[in-house]
Design a binder for this molecule. Structure first.
Ligand SMILES: Nc1ncnc2c1ncn2[C@@H]1O[C@H](COP(=O)(O)OP(=O)(O)O)[C@@H](O)[C@H]1O
Ligand SMILES: [Mg+2]
Length: 350
């Protein structure tokens, strides 16, 4: 029996709620063995008392039955996450956290799912990177993460010695997905306050490094996770994605009012699936004509971009190479994303 063999055994202990174990998260700080007495030192940052409790129980459940071990001592060093000190329950008057090294944090939101929010997030990130910025992209959708897929990444992130998760680099973008940390088999397990806590821990624990832009692909709607993010992180602004259709616009208004309530400025609207252009150059407004543009005007918000529907946008997304990687001269959606990146950059710098 060696500290390494104990460490190997402790890989069976999951971090409560996550598929990753406490060893690969880097929480086990020390293992020592002295005459059959094993001492394991674990450090965990949480304000949820049940987390250390469960880790404690699970470590004992694995080590206690071993005949070679006389006694197992699990020493837990529990620290409050720094975010807690800065965030009051209501959130509205909270001091929000900046993310060290990150200049601008932009939330991409929509009221409705399926309007192309992840597609816009991914391509905005790529277009900003092509314009020479250092860009990170975080998929905050616990229930339907898609960013890793859109970047063709199947890698899993690793943790640093200080329990920070290292983003994955793909097409020059630093990628992180909340879904990485959850059980693949049972994705829909986190709800309500638990989702809030995960989100806070998650956002504070990624080693982003130096970034000009961090794009957050929010889940659709205005639920717990969205509110947590807009309340805990100091955002440069929000970009609202909609299609020209009235049903999408109704939900976009709800998203806008959520940001208004928590004093996050709306950078503007993106009208996705604005039209389809056939090979003869005729434009067909599949989801209606100019709904996004009219809405932006009504709400006195900038229309940041209009993105056409085209097959490469969907195909390239599915293939893991976002359409914005293509030369804008060769693809109208790529050109539209380049223009969107320019608008976003101008507003962020102003
Ligand atoms: N402009 C577009 N042209 C063609 N397909 C698109 C476009 N925008 C999104 N899609 C496709 O529509 C589907 C939904 O988009 P997605 O970005 O996943 O939406 P959301 O994140 O809002 O749920 C995806 O299959 C995507 O490839
Ligand atoms: Mg999505």
């Amino acid at each position: 029996m060696t500290p390494d063999s104990i460490l190997e055994l402790l890989k069976q202990v999951p971090y409560p709620g996550f598929s990753r174990d406490i060893v690969s998260f880097g929480l086990v700080k020390d293992v020592s063995i002295d005459e059959g007495i094993v001492t394991v030192t674990i450090s965990v940052q949480t304000n949820d008392a049940s987390v250390p409790e469960q880790i404690f129980k699970n470590c004992h459940a694995i080590l206690d039955p071993l005949p070679e071990i006389k006694h197992a001592r699990i020493e837990l060093d529990v620290q409050d996450p720094a975010t807690q000190a800065n965030t009051d329950a209501a959130g509205s008057s909270a001091i929000k956290n900046t993310i060290p090294g990150v200049k601008n944090v932009i939330a991409v939101a929509s009221g409705k799912g399926g309007v192309g929010k992840s597609t816009v997030s991914a391509n905005l990130a790529v277009a900003l990177a092509k314009a020479g910025h250092k860009v990170g992209l975080c998929d905050c959708d616990l229930y339907g993460p898609s960013i890793a897929h859109m970047f063709g990444s199947r890698e899993r992130p690793l943790a640093t010695e200080d329990n920070e998760i290292i983003p994955i680099s793909a097409h020059g973008i630093q990628l992180m997905s909340m879904g990485f940390l959850l059980e693949e088999a049972s994705p829909v397990i986190v709800r309500g306050p638990l989702a809030t806590r995960y989100t806070q821990q998650f956002l504070q624990n990624v080693a982003w490094g130096e970034l000009d832009y961090l794009i957050l692909d929010l889940p659709p709607g205005t639920g717990d996770i969205q509110l947590t993010i807009v309340q805990t992180i100091s955002l440069t602004g929000a970009v609202i994605v909609t299609t020209p259709q009235e049903v999408a616009l109704i939900d976009a208004r709800k998203a806008i009012s959520m940001f208004d309530k928590v004093n996050v400025s709306i950078m503007g609207l993106v009208e996705n699936m604005a039209w389809f252009e056939c090979e003869h150059g005729t434009r067909y407004p599949i989801f209606g004509e100019g709904g996004g543009a009219a809405e932006a005007k009504k709400l006195k918000l900038p229309l940041l971009g209009q993105i056409p529907i085209n097959i490469p946008t969907r195909e390239q997304g599915d293939a893991g190479t976002p359409v914005a990687l293509i030369d804008p001269a060769e693809n109208d959606a790529s050109a539209a994303f380049a223009a969107l990146a320019t608008s976003v950059d101008q507003i962020a710098q102003s």
